[in-house]
Design a protein around this ligand. Structure first.
Ligand code: ADP
Length: 380
């Protein structure tokens, strides 16, 4: 096992697309890191540069203590798992698992030999070693009964497990996972997430996982790296990103339903004023740096809003969407000026078309600067 370090790594594709810009990252040995961000933000390129599948334009990449900028992919001691599984359709599960090991020997005659069912030509020790590694991986992933099947005879989840198994048998220093769960349906994706976590615990391996799905990132990662336009916006454990987003982008990207944002101005006595006669008294000691006349964006997560009587409401609108989710209900209230999403307790009886008011827990609210960076303004 080994850690991975990126120092100011950048990538400009031929044609001039700057896909990754100045990414620095220190991944500890055994850590589960998730690179997350919207499509096109540069996460796959970053992963592929770690893998050695893409050249680096600037910066350095280290795996363990070794600088690998110029080391070929096959010599980096990594294993990569792809979204499309990349299994060999004509080989059984067992052969799919063992093939990578055999190919690495780079002796054509041996490969040929091991393709015959008797493994003729490989030494007894090699045979036993490969078999035991395949068996171990099969047990870890619950594939023991499927070793003779072809990929087409497997479900999507089983195929993805074989793809993972193929990485495991190689016993790499680092696992690189490129959207490995994206082709699975929602239920299976949930199950495979749990399985990946368990696998990570069991193997104690360094894993770098790429996804555009913030929920997947939050449930999997020890630490997340949120990217946008090739630049890391914030890195940290899931709870930190949720509670202290560095800027409006991270705040909107992390958490579902998405945070509500209201742009307005600070008036005397830390009164926040926005279009639509919104007037919210901000807690006086929470944002000591705010000054009268300052433009800000107030951010409030749906789960920090609740139904209110008119008297202490910050927003009144008509229920446009009411989604019953069992233990809770997501509602979108709209008026002429804005739409607000609230996650409220079930049993309110609120129906689409009803008028309703919301109150916010301002101790959980965030304030963002209105400028290019839209950084979060520190609380006391
Ligand atoms: P993500 O994985 O976050 O969706 P990518 O790393 O695949 O993003 O892509 C980052 C940016 O680089 C995008 O603008 C994409 O169009 C561009 N890009 C990716 N691969 C290539 C390539 N081979 N040639 C040119 N541009 C590319």
């Amino acid at each position: 096992m080994a850690g991975v370090r990126l120092e100011s790594v950048g990538k400009t594709y031929p044609g001039g697309v700057r896909a990754v810009d100045g990414v620095s990252l220190d991944i500890s040995d055994g850590e589960f890191i998730v690179l997350v961000g919207p499509s096109g933000c540069g996460k796959s390129t970053t992963l592929r540069m770690i893998a050695g599948l893409e050249s680096i334009t600037d910066g350095d990449i280290f795996i363990g203590d070794r600088r690998v900028n110029d080391v070929a992919a096959r010599d980096r001691d990594i294993a990569m798992v792809f979204q499309d599984y990349a299994l060999y359709p004509h080989m059984s599960v067992g052969r799919n698992l063992s093939f990578g090991l055999l190919r690495r020997r780079r002796h054509a005659s041996r490969i040929k030999a091991v393709f015959s069912s008797s493994y003729r030509g490989a030494s007894r020790k090699e045979r036993l070693d490969i078999q035991s590694r395949v068996n171990e991986a099969a047990v870890v992933l619950g594939l023991e009964d499927l070793l003779d099947r072809r990929p087409r005879e497997l479900s999507g989840g089983q195929r993805q497990r074989v793809a993972l198994g193929r990485a495991i048998v190689r016993d790499p220093s680092v696992f690189l996972l490129d959207e490995p769960l994206s082709n699975l349906d929602a239920k299976l994706r949930g199950e495979m997430r749990t399985e990946l976590r368990r696998l990570h615990r069991q193997l104690g391996a360094t894993m770098v996982h790429v996804t555009h799905d913030q929920e997947e990132a939050m449930t999997l990662g020890d630490r997340l790296l949120v990217m946008k336009d090739g630049v890391v916006q914030q890195g940290g454990p899931p709870a930190q990103l949720y509670e202290q987003p560095a800027n409006r982008f991270v705040a909107s990207f992390i958490g579902t339903p998405e945070m509500n944002f209201i742009e307005g101005v600070i008036e005397d006595g830390l009164m926040f004023k926005a279009d639509g006669e919104v007037r919210i008294q901000l807690p006086k000691d929470r944002w000591p740096s705010l000054s009268v006349g300052q433009q800000i964006t107030l951010g409030i997560r749906p789960e920090h809003l609740e139904l209110a009587s008119d008297g202490d409401a910050m927003f009144t609108g008509e229920a446009d969407v009411v989604e019953q989710l069992g233990d809770r209900t997501d509602v979108i209230l709209a008026n002429d000026h804005r739409r607000m999403t609230a996650r409220i307790a079930s049993g309110s009886g609120l129906r689409e078309g009803d008028s309703a008011s919301l109150r916010a827990d301002l101790s959980q609210a965030h304030v963002f600067a209105v400028d290019d960076g839209e950084n979060r303004i520190a609380t006391k």
